[in-house]
Design a protein around this ligand. Structure first.
Ligand code: PLP
Length: 415
């Protein structure tokens, strides 16, 4: 049986590692080393030539290990394994999701460029776009799910910036509202504004769906980004990020990582290898629990709205159609509105016992937080209201506990 015919879940324990490299150890060891010994000076020279892009590799020539700020074995094996889930040619792992996002954006945005982005975005991402990249002359323009490609194109033309569009950046489903954006439409939009000398890139933050429930590369994205802190790590015990796409597009991103020095270390790489072995199992259980919890919440008195992809139905029109076409599962993220604004939402949060009040998501334990005053606190109040991040909204990340216990905790906290 060939490895290429197997499912990714079957390969997470072995792919890209041979026990005879490490005294027969079944698990890849933690390579706690800063530097790697060259067998000859010629070998060292060749490794640097490839790492610095001074020449193209000869047939069959692979980049060698030089120094742990450039790469190391735990990360190489992890990157190879992550590629399998998204059927990606290349992967670069970082020491946080924000490091993956900011490095990818910085590698491709230059002064004068325009970035079109879905709204809302994760608070850290919108902060980087509007407060950091703006200092380097990069302009941004947001769009909402209800806008068509023609609406967005018309706004771009009217702004006089159409010829400067460089990146379409999307987070779908959006954090924390679960708004869905159509990746095929975003690809069409990017193609419409591309020219022979300039391809407008589509970048997708797929953190909310993990590498299981949505595969943006298959829907026309150029680059996929993850906070690996979430489902990929899955145990609330590490911070990491990843970027996936073609080898060609990955080159400037990997180069920038080398000089920013923001790759994940050996221990984090090793923990992520461990986490990948159970990722599919965890995520399936989390989604099954989330479905049960969302259905219960939707019928519970004292809950205004439940935003969960699994509750979408044909009457939801475009959102339902996008969900059917783009996602393979509803995920484990939901948000609910507790009538009574911030005071009622806080009272609910303060009464939770099993469900922990903390930011982050996609972990084995269920988490709850208040986006308007926590993850999205930095947004302008009018933007929060416009995008549905209102004082009543509470975000839940459903874990692997028994669903009856999660429901019992939510029930007593709702009062
Ligand atoms: N993208 C999304 C959707 C997130 O929710 C987060 C963090 O919560 C990030 C990116 C940033 O990831 P990290 O905290 O690993 O830097």
């Amino acid at each position: 049986m060939q490895e290429q015919n197997m499912h990714p879940a079957s390969l997470m324990m072995s792919y890209g590692y041979r026990p005879d490299w490490s005294e027969g150890a079944i698990k890849c060891p933690i390579f706690q080393t800063s530097t790697f010994v060259f067998r000859t000076a010629e070998e060292g020279k060749a490794y640097f030539e490839l790492a610095y892009g001074l020449r193209t590799p000869e047939a069959g020539e692979k980049p060698g290990l030089i120094y742990s700020r450039l790469n190391h074995p735990d990360l190489e094996i992890l990157e190879n394994r992550l590629c399998l889930w998204d059927r990606s040619e290349a992967c670069t792992v970082f020491n946080s999701g924000m490091a993956a996002i900011t490095t990818a954006l910085t590698a491709y945005a230059k002064p004068g460029d325009v970035i079109l982005h879905s709204e809302p975005l994760y608070g850290g991402t919108i902060h980087y776009l509007s407060h950091v990249l703006s200092r380097f002359g990069v302009e941004i323009m947001g769009f909402r799910p209800e806008e068509t490609a023609d609406d967005i194109a018309a706004r771009l033309h009217a702004s006089g910036k159409a010829d400067r569009l460089a990146i379409v950046y999307i987070e779908t489903p959006a954090n924390p509202t679960n708004d869905l954006f159509d990746l095929a439409v975003c690809r069409q939009l990017a193609d419409r504004f591309s020219s022979d000398s300039r391809r407008v890139l589509v970048m997708v933050d797929n953190t909310y769906m993990g590498p299981i429930w949505q595969h943006p590369l298959a829907h026309g994205a150029d680059l996929v980004l993850y906070s690996a802190t979430k489902y990929i790590g899955g145990h609330s015990d590490l911070i990491a990020g990843a970027c996936l796409g073609s080898e060609e597009l990955m080159k400037p991103i990997r180069e920038l990582r080398t000089f920013l020095g923001n790759l994940a270390d050996a221990w984090t790489g090793w923990l992520l290898l461990r986490s990948l072995e159970t990722m599919a199992l965890r995520m399936e259980k989390q989604a099954s629990n989330a479905g049960i919890v969302a259905a219960w919440l939707a019928s519970r008195q004292g809950v205004q709205h439940v935003h969960y992809l699994g509750l979408l139905n044909p009457s939801d029109g475009r959102a339902y159609e996008i969900y059917q076409r783009q996602c393979t599962g509803p995920g484990a993220m939901l948000s609910l509105e507790v009538p009574g604004g911030e005071a009622a939402a806080f009272a609910f949060l303060n009464r939770l016992k099993l469900v922990k009040m903390a930011v982050s998501l996609g972990s084995t334990e269920s988490l709850a937080q208040h986006p308007a005053t926590m993850t999205h606190a930095g947004m302008h109040p009018s933007d929060k209201m416009r995008l549905g991040i209102n004082p009543s909204l509470v975000r839940l990340s459903i874990g692997v506990e028994h669903p009856d216990d999660i429901i019992a905790d939510l029930d007593q906290a709702l009062g």
